[in-house]
Design a protein around this ligand. Sequence first.
Ligand SMILES: NC(=O)c1ccc[n+]([C@@H]2O[C@H](COP(=O)([O-])OP(=O)(O)OC[C@H]3O[C@@H](n4cnc5c(N)ncnc54)[C@H](O)[C@@H]3O)[C@@H](O)[C@H]2O)c1
Length: 403
Amino acid sequence: MGRTGVWIIGARGGVATTLACGLSAIRQGLAPTTGLITASELCRGVSLVDPAELVLGGHDVRTTPLPDCAREISRANGSLAGETVAEIEPDLARIDANLRPGVLFHSGTAIESLPGVDPDTRETDPGLALARIERDLAEFRATHALERLVVVNLASTEPPRPTHPAHHEAALLEAALTERDGTPFIASTLYSLAAARHGAAYLNFTPSPGALIPAVAELLGRGCPFMGSDGKTGETLVKSALAPMFRYRNLRVLSWQGYNLLGDRDGAVLANDENRQAKIRSKDQFLHEYLGYPLHSKVTIDYVPSLDDWKTAWDFIHFEGFLGVRMNLQFTWQGCDSILAAPLVIDLVRLLDLALRRGERGPLAHLAVFFKSPHGVGEHDLHRQFHSLEEYLSTVRRSIDER
Ligand SMILES: NC(=O)c1ccc[n+]([C@@H]2O[C@H](COP(=O)([O-])OP(=O)(O)OC[C@H]3O[C@@H](n4cnc5c(N)ncnc54)[C@H](O)[C@@H]3O)[C@@H](O)[C@H]2O)c1
């Protein structure tokens, strides 16, 4: 089937480092595939790329070597065992050699002031920045003789960019590349545009609103499969499993309050008002759309440095039953964010690679189950989303049988 490359934007971050460590540990038989949906019964009989065969590369605006990023995670939150990191260090060093300086473009102060950011990654001309990204993608593909490429956005959550007419039309967006002030652009737009031009599949695992603006979705959809946005890994995963229960039983939700506490670099970026708004919108919006009646809801995200990657969420759901009697349900979620996210990214890469091999293009609605804000999909019921993935996989199996 030829080799598949995975180009990660934010390649030295927590999720990306955990992903690199996980793939390497699986390859060396040091870890099981628990947590990977594509390693479950669901995908039996569907030919997916072997995760151990994926070639990793990527961009980051920080320069910390990947083995150091892994050691930092091991020290700070213990999710990566020190002995495992020591055993896979040569693999991490090899991946590190495939990483290139990323692009900061209208990225906002929360990201630009992250410790360790290389000031030379700041770009002012959108056309030149895009050319640099495209050059890196082409070089990666040629060096490793890659047949297919999946570009994955795992960079810090960006603030929204004011809307601009060029956001709505591919031709206008491409024309704006020559306007030197680059008003319509933000780094994530340049990266997704580069993926479209390169014919790569594209995955936006972040809530960054610039990554899948309509003009870029139009360009991607012409030749590549893509999907986003914002991986559904923790509190929102539980919400999208529980909200249907209230609907199925005709129990009326009156209020849904969600308090999220998290540390680490992601939490530090989300401590900034502008960056946090993109995340809150992504976590809160679906309840209203799904339940279809007015309710009081609020999502709060607070930065608690000592928690590091161990995200904690407390949700309080006030609801009304028969004879108007009011009751409540509360849950507490404590998860290690990167450990929840990394296997989903591997699943998504394998399913996007499958779509590339099958010649599929445009947004992949059957992947909605993986996202808080599934692109172009109005269905937010986790169970129905899961069935949609099952149906797609049955179709794939049938098409294999017919051949
Ligand atoms: N459970 C989860 O962890 C989860 C779930 C859904 C979404 N996400 C999103 O995934 C993203 C990554 O999360 P994380 O915990 O790894 O964050 P992180 O801060 O550890 O990593 C982000 C990386 O992106 C880099 N970066 C920032 N701007 C960049 C740019 N313009 N170009 C290239 N690199 C850039 C940073 O230097 C950093 O290394 C975040 O946007 C987060 O909101 C995470």
